[in-house]
Design a binder for this molecule. Structure first.
Ligand SMILES: N[C@@H](CCC(=O)N[C@@H](CS)C(=O)NCC(=O)O)C(=O)O
Length: 230
């Protein structure tokens, strides 16, 4: 039976959720196919059966798992005979840190810089919900938050210094080859690329070169998604 994954979709079939990208990459590492079912912000009834209102939601036969982190753990457990996402059990804690760092530092840094672009690239039916929920979270109007993005960019780039320094020493966070560590952090850049043409990175930044290599992993999975080509 096929694995189904509910994921967020914007206008023009933009599959932009960074969390759903983590699940796409986890499936790619395992070499598993899945059917992706698009859901707009205002179509939460589609995932009501999961008992919560966030995507990704993965359905595998009788099993339903939500939360990209829980999904990755599930896939490694359920498909233990396939390539491992986490590798040694000792990696789980380190990867959890990277999961959190991506959410709390990288994505929180990016969000106010691309908030207006996201607003403009979601389906018009979702815009009122997005405005109301995000303006509450960010404490201001989307248009005002947007105006500060050039100022925020300086601090954001500085916040990436540990990533930059690491990638100056080795090709990928996982070492010689890309692994789930890379997928976690890259998911934030993929989210931005799909919804915004704002240049988050300078082209001579080692992070830019790494991001480019990540676009080509898994047969060009990330590059082939509708988004901005840079
Ligand atoms: N910790 C969760 C976060 C899931 C999450 O926040 N998903 C977003 C999509 S990017 C969502 O469903 N948002 C719906 C909303 O904001 O109403 C995970 O890793 O899957």
């Amino acid at each position: 039976m096929a694995i189904n994954v509910f994921e967020l979709v914007g206008a023009d079939d933009r599959r932009f959720s960074p969390y759903c990208w983590r699940t796409r990459f986890a499936l790619a590492i395992k070499g598993l196919d899945a059917e992706f079912i698009p859901m707009q912000f205002t179509q939460k009834h589609l995932i009501e059966f999961s008992g919560q209102d966030r995507v990704p939601v993965l359905v595998d036969g009788e099993t339903c798992v939500h939360d990209s982190w829980a999904i990755a753990l599930y896939l490694d457990r359920a498909y233990a005979d396939r390539p491992s996402i986490f590798g040694d059990v000792a990696n789980v804690g380190i990867l959890r840190f990277l999961n959190m760092w991506t959410d709390r530092v990288v994505m929180r840094g990016i969000m106010p810089m691309i908030i207006q672009d996201i607003f403009e690239h979601i389906d018009p039916a979702d815009q009122a919900y997005f405005r109301q929920s995000r303006e509450k979270t960010w404490g201001g109007r989307i248009e005002d938050i947007h105006k500060e993005r050039d100022t925020r960019l300086v601090g954001f780039r500085k916040s990436l210094e540990p990533l930059r320094a690491t990638l100056a020493e080795q090709p990928f966070l996982s070492g010689a080859n890309a692994g789930y560590a890379d997928c976690l952090v890259f998911s934030a850049f993929q989210w931005a690329r799909i919804m915004s043409d704002f240049q988050l990175l300078e082209t001579d930044d080692p992070i830019f070169a790494w991001r480019d290599k990540m676009l080509d992993q898994f047969g060009g999975l990330a590059r082939s998604a509708p988004g901005y080509a840079f």
